[in-house]
Design a protein around this ligand. Structure first.
Ligand SMILES: Cc1cc2nc3c(=O)[nH]c(=O)nc-3n(C[C@H](O)[C@H](O)[C@H](O)COP(=O)(O)OP(=O)(O)OC[C@H]3O[C@@H](n4cnc5c(N)ncnc54)[C@H](O)[C@@H]3O)c2cc1C
Length: 454
């Protein structure tokens, strides 16, 4: 059976970074992905939110910044756009709203280029379906490839499947919020022939798009890929259907006349249950049809809009997480907590999409700051050669509302990949790793672990 130093399961937002970091740190690394491209949920058309904190500090660097730079050089990203303002509901301070908008097709290209250049072996269209485990060690993962079942061995494994699929199938303890308590799911749609300026005018006039003075509203103008300036982001409540409550939405642009909408939702879905996820896919397809009709009929700027694409799967905000040797809480997120073993930073407010379908709720980090995610959140309880990255690290359900944003997930991927390579080389368990040494390596690789003064 073929053996690697490190096998990364899931080539999404966190997994692509984990594999690149592992390979660059000298480990013979395999990345396994069920779809035919890298980038996962980060390719659905949404902007990266959280490279900067609300007080304007840069909190994510390293590999996540490198992939942004790569997309810029490939002509698919304008870099970070800053200068938006978000008035918090408390009114105590202004939150500096920034984002990184990009063409998701270019992310797929950038990620694959960086992974192959770094020496990562990739196995696409392969699903991790099981694991052989003895005591705290995973010896091999079982895969379904296009040639049927196969097993592969590694010294260290990284679970970057989004829903802790590897940790769960290997029998390590996992957590998920109870029935009806998980954030709703959404299919992100890309829509063409949209006039964002007219949509914003409708918001300014309190027309069909509402909520001008509402805390949810964020507007950001910046450079577009096809030249000139325009709205890159609009968040509002649209009265898509007459006599019905306005629908909360965000619209993201990277080209003039093209907008990715985060607008549909299906509630009451546990994405780890086959029946629920099947219902979500069917319901979201119907929602897309209804929303497109409503946009065309009622929203200024969308009269001639057409559907370009829908995301390949419904987007999952919250599912299964590991129970780690440390669990990050919402109090720690909101209180800008620091940890001696901090390996990544988050800065976006806790963003909870109401499990019952109401308006999105935000809780803002103290003074618009940021927080550290401890390395211990990446280590499943009882495991000896497994690390986790992305939205399945160990947090409370509410803390996840901030950690789940893509810059933080990518930074967690870099941390997990670097730690896995060190673990494989030194033949120790992830929990026994000299955190000082591996944090130095992260700093050398331009990761941001602390903010001066914190
Ligand atoms: C609707 C929605 C809107 C969002 N909006 C924003 C936003 O505006 N800005 C922002 O920064 N963040 C946003 N997020 C959050 C962010 O995009 C995700 O939380 C983040 O991308 C998750 O990263 P991940 O690596 O944990 O998971 P993913 O990126 O989903 O990666 C998991 C990967 O594992 C693969 N996989 C899963 N199971 C297996 C298996 N058994 N075998 C092989 N491969 C497997 C999947 O195919 C996927 O590629 C949004 C999320 C959603 C759902």
């Amino acid at each position: 059976m073929k053996q690697y130093d490190v096998i990364v399961c899931g080539g999404g937002t966190a997994g692509m970074m984990a594999a690149i970091a592992s390979a660059r740190s000298g480990a013979n690394t395999l990345l396994i992905e069920r779809d035919g491209y890298l980038g996962g949920t980060a390719t659905y058309g949404l902007p990266m939110l959280g490279f900067f904190s609300g007080d304007g500090c840069k909190v994510v660097g390293g590999l996540p910044q490198e992939i942004v730079d790569r997309m810029v050089s490939l002509g698919g990203c304008m870099g970070h756009s800053r200068g938006g303002t978000w008035n918090t509901s408390s009114g105590e301070y202004n939150y500096d709203f920034s984002l990184t908008s990009y063409d998701p097709e270019i992310l797929k290209i950038a990620a694959q280029e960086m992974a192959l250049e770094s020496g990562v072996s990739i196995l696409f269209q392969t699903v991790v379906i099981g694991a052989q485990r003895k005591d705290g060690y995973i010896s091999s993962v079982e895969l379904m490839t296009v040639e049927g079942r196969q097993s592969l061995m590694a010294r260290v494994f990284i679970d970057a499947t989004g829903d802790a699929g590897l940790a769960w199938t290997a029998g390590f303890p996992t957590e998920r919020r109870g029935e009806g308590k998980m954030q709703n799911v959404t299919n992100i749609i890309r829509v063409g022939n949209v006039d964002a300026e007219r949509m914003v005018n409708s918001l300014m006039e309190e027309g069909v798009i509402k909520g001008l003075r509402d805390w949810h509203i964020r507007l950001l103008r910046g450079k577009l890929l096809d030249g000139g300036e325009g709205y890159l982001f609009l968040a509002g409540h649209a009265e898509i259907w007459e006599d019905e409550e306005p629908v909360t939405f965000t619209g993201t642009c990277w080209r003039k006349e093209e907008m990715a909408f985060n607008i549909t939702r299906t509630v009451g879905v546990d994405p780890t249950l086959a029946e629920d996820i099947n219902h979500a896919e069917i319901n979201e397809r119907n929602n897309i049809n209804a929303v497109m009709k409503g946009l065309r009929e009622r929203v200024p700027g969308c009269e001639k809009a057409y559907l370009i694409s829908s995301s390949p799967r419904v987007g999952i905000r919250e599912g299964r997480r590991i129970r780690g040797i440390y669990t990050l809480t919402e109090q720690e997120v909101l209180g800008s907590s620091e940890f001696p073993d901090g390996v990544a930073r988050g800065a976006y407010p806790i963003d909870i999409h109401d499990p019952k379908g109401g308006k999105t709720q935000f809780s803002f980090i103290k003074e618009g700051g940021s927080y550290a995610v401890p390395y211990r959140c990446l280590i499943p309880e009882g495991s000896r050669n497994l690390l986790v990255a992305g939205r399945c690290v160990s947090t409370t359900g509410k803390a996840l509302g901030s950690v789940r944003l893509s810059p933080c997930c990518m930074a967690l991927g870099q941390a997990a990949g670097t730690a896995a390579a060190f673990t494989a080389k030194e033949d120790v368990a992830p929990a026994e790793l000299n955190t000082g040494l591996f944090r130095d390596k992260l700093l050398e690789d331009k990761a941001i672990l602390t903010i001066s003064g914190s």
